[in-house]
Ligand binder design. Structure first.
Ligand code: N01
Length: 552
C-alpha cells in the first residue's frame, strides 16, 4: 500500500548509556524514537516482540481490525508518510496496520536503536547520579537520564487460569498473544471463552470454517455493525484535501474522531419522533454513532434505557432463535459503559447451524478436561480452545517492569491501592519517568495514535524546556497528582461508567482495586490541560538542577 523503502535493521548491541531509554516498540515507541532523535539526544529502546507493532504485533487473531477509521488511526507527524501510505479499507485489518508500522520503522530507520526479543526486568533510579538503570532478561544493562514507557494500555493478556488446562490434549491459544505461525481451525471443534471486542471479531471468522463452534459467554456485550468496506474516495478527500485543518478539528473532539450523528444535544432536546429517527440512522451508519447520537447516553439513566431498548429490538430482529437472542441481550449494566464493540456479522453468526452459545452463569465452567471443557451440565469436546478473556489493563504493563524510584520505592507497591498518575504520565517518587498513555490518561477513550503522538510530543517539549532552562530532574508533585486523581474520579462519577464491571474499572482482574482507570473528560480538554501545564512552566512538577545542587 506504499512505495518501497529499505529495511531498517535492529540493534544487536546495547550501549552502556543513552540520554533516553524507550520501553516498547508499538506505535508510541517507534514515534518516540523518531521524535526524541530530533532533540539531538541519544535514544535506545527494548521490545519483547521480534518486531515493531505492539498491539498489532500480538493481536493476530482472525478478524482483528481497528474500530477507528483508518484515515484517523494513523500518524499525523509526517506529510510524506501521509502522502505515501494509502489505506485500503475503512477499518484496517491487523495485517495492514502491522505492515504500516513496519513501513514507518523502515522509512525513518527506527529499528537501529531497538533491541527486540528483549524484556525489561528492572528500572532503578539512582538519586545521587540522577540516572535510571534499565536491565533486561538478556543480561543487558543501560543507564539513561530519561525513561519513557510506551508499553500500551492493553498489552498484558490475562492468564487463562482454568482448572485442568494443563491436561488438555488439544491446542489452546489467547487472542492477545496469537501465534505468529497461525492457527488452523477448519473443520475442528472450537470453543471460544469470552465475548468482549476480541471475541466478537474472532467468532464470525472462526465460525465460517470451524466444524463446530461453542461460545462461552459470561456477560453479554453491546456491539454494533461497523459496516466495513473499501475506504470511500469521498472520505479520503474529506480528510486529506486540507489535512492540517482536519487534524486541528480532530484535536478539538472528545475522542479524536468524529461521528456522523455526534451532537452536543441531549435526548430530551429531541421529540420522540426525532429520537427514533436518530437511533435508526445511528444503527444504519454504524460505528459509535449509537453512543454519540445524544450527548447524555452515558450520563442519564433514562436516555441510556431508551438506547438499551432500541438495541434489544435490533438484536431480536437479527438473531432468529428468541432464547439465544435473550441470552445475547446485555443485562445488568448501562449501554456504552463497557467499551462498545464494532462487529462484522457477530450476532448473525449465532444463526449458523454450527454455532452454539452457552451462558456460563446458567451453566458454569467446571474445568478443562483432556478432551474439552466440562460445565455443570455436560462436556464440550474441543480440538481448539480460544481464550479471549481480556487484559490486565492500564496498570498491568507498568507494574511488570520492576520500576523502583527514589529511595528504592517500588511503583508496584505505590500503586497497590490504585494508581495515581499525574496527567496520566508521571508519578511522585519517580523522577524523569514518563509513562506514555499511563493510568488516568485519555488514551483508551480516544483515538490511540493521536493520543500517543500528543504525549510523546509533550514529553519532547518538556525535555527541551528542561534543557533550555538548566533543569535535569523533573518529578510530579504529590498535591498535583492527588488533585488529578480526584478530578478524574469526579469526572467519571458524573457518568454511568462506574456502574459496569469493566476493565475500565479494573473489575476484570481479581483483587485489582476498583477505580476508573482513564480520564473521561475528553481529548480536547485533556490536550488543553497539558497546554496549560506547559504554559505555566510545567505546573505540578518539581523541576531541579541536580548537578548544581550536588556541587553547591
Ligand atoms: O477483552 P474484554 P477484549 N471466564 O475484557 C470474559 C480493545 N480491543 O480483549 O465481561 C469466562 O473486553 C469477559 O467476561 P466479563 C478494546 O478497548 C479493541 O475482548 O468479564 N469469561 C469478557 O466477555 C477492548 O475493550 C479492538 O464477564 C471470562 C471477555 O472475556 C479491549 O481491547 C479489538 C473470564 C473479555 O473481554 C479488551 O477487549 C479488540 C473467565 N474467567 C480489543 N475472564 C478493536 O480495535 C474474562 N472473561 C476493534
Amino acid at each position: 500500500m506504499s512505495t518501497a523503502v529499505q529495511r531498517s535493521e535492529p540493534a544487536t548491541t546495547v550501549p552502556p548509556h543513552a540520554d533516553i531509554v524507550v520501553i516498547g516498540a508499538g506505535f508510541g515507541g517507534i514515534y518516540a524514537h523518531h521524535r526524541f532523535r530530533k532533540l539531538g539526544m541519544s535514544v535506545f529502546g527494548f521490545e519483547q516482540g521480534t518486531d515493531v507493532g505492539g498491539t498489532w504485533y500480538w493481536n493476530r487473531y482472525p478478524g482483528a481490525r481497528c474500530d477507528v477509521e483508518s484515515v484517523d488511526y494513523c500518524y499525523s507527524f509526517s506529510d510524506d508518510l501521509l502522502d505515501e501510505w494509502q489505506w485500503s479499507e475503512r477499518f484496517s485489518t491487523q495485517p495492514e496496520i502491522l505492515e504500516y508500522a513496519t513501513y514507518v520503522a523502515d522509512k525513518f530507520d527506527l529499528r537501529r536503536d531497538i533491541k527486540f526479543e528483549t524484556k525489561v526486568v528492572s528500572c532503578r533510579y539512582d538519586e545521587a547520579a540522577n540516572l535510571w538503570t534499565v536491565t533486561t532478561d538478556k543480561g543487558d544493562s543501560i543507564t539513561c537520564h530519561y525513561l519513557v514507557t510506551t508499553v500500551g494500555c492493553l498489552s498484558v493478556p490475562k492468564d487463562p487460569e482454568f482448572e485442568g488446562l494443563e491436561n488438555f490434549k488439544g491446542q489452546w491459544v489467547q487472542t492477545g498473544a496469537w501465534p505468529k505461525e497461525g492457527v488452523d481451525w477448519a473443520g475442528k471443534n472450537v470453543l471460544v471463552i469470552g465475548t468482549g471486542s476480541s471475541a466478537i471479531q474472532t467468532i464470525p471468522e472462526v465460525a465460517k470454517t470451524a466444524g463446530h463452534l461453542t461460545v462461552f459467554q459470561r456477560t453479554a456485550n453491546y456491539s454494533v455493525p461497523a459496516y466495513n468496506g473499501p475506504l470511500p474516495e469521498h472520505r479520503r478527500e474529506e480528510v486529506f484535501a486540507d489535512y492540517p485543518a482536519y487534524l486541528d478539528m480532530l484535536k478539538h473532539t472528545r475522542g479524536g474522531q468524529t461521528f456522523e450523528l455526534g451532537t452536543d444535544l441531549r435526548a430530551a432536546d429531541f421529540s420522540p419522533e426525532e429520537q427514533r429517527d436518530r437511533l435508526e440512522k445511528a444503527w444504519r451508519y454504524g460505528r459509535w454513532n449509537l453512543q454519540s447520537c445524544f450527548r447524555d447516553i452515558t450520563i442519564n439513566e433514562d436516555t441510556n434505557q431508551m438506547v438499551r431498548e432500541f438495541f434489544a429490538e435490533k438484536l431480536r430482529g437479527i438473531v432468529k432463535d428468541p432464547a439465544t437472542a435473550e441470552k445475547l441481550n446485555p443485562k445488568g449494566y448501562p449501554f456504552g459503559t463497557k467499551r462498545l464493540c464494532l462487529d462484522s456479522d457477530y450476532f448473525e453468526t449465532f444463526n449458523r447451524p454450527n454455532v452454539d452459545l452457552v451462558d456460563i452463569n446458567e451453566e458454569p465452567i467446571v474445568r478443562i478436561t483432556e478432551s474439552g471443557l466440562q460445565t455443570s451440565e455436560k462436556e464440550y469436546p474441543a480440538d481448539l480452545i480460544i481464550f479471549a478473556i481480556g487484559f490486565d489493563a492500564m496498570t498491568g504493563p507498568l507494574v511488570n517492569l520492576g520500576i523502583e524510584g527514589r529511595g528504592g520505592a517500588s511503583l508496584t507497591e505505590a500503586w497497590q491501592d490504585g494508581p495515581e498518575c499525574y496527567l496520566g504520565i508521571a508519578a511522585p517518587g519517580f523522577p524523569n519517568l514518563f509513562m506514555v498513555n499511563g493510568p488516568s490518561s485519555v488514551s483508551v477513550l480516544s483515538n490511540m495514535i493521536l493520543t500517543l503522538e500528543h504525549h510523546v510530543d509533550w514529553v519532547a517539549d518538556c525535555i527541551e524546556y528542561m534543557r533550555g532552562n538548566g533543569f535535569d530532574r523533573l518529578e510530579a508533585r504529590k498535591d498535583a497528582t492527588h488533585e488529578w486523581a480526584a478530578h478524574t474520579e469526579m469526572v467519571a462519577n458524573r457518568t454511568l461508567f462506574p456502574k459496569a464491571n469493566s476493565w475500565y474499572m479494573g473489575a476484570n482482574v481479581e483483587g485489582k482495586p476498583r477505580m476508573f482507570l482513564a480520564y473521561i473528560g475528553g481529548f480536547d480538554n485533556y490536550v488543553a490541560r497539558f497546554n496549560e501545564v506547559a504554559a505555566k512552566g510545567f505546573e505540578g512538577f518539581d523541576l531541579n538542577r541536580s548537578k548544581v545542587e550536588q556541587t553547591a
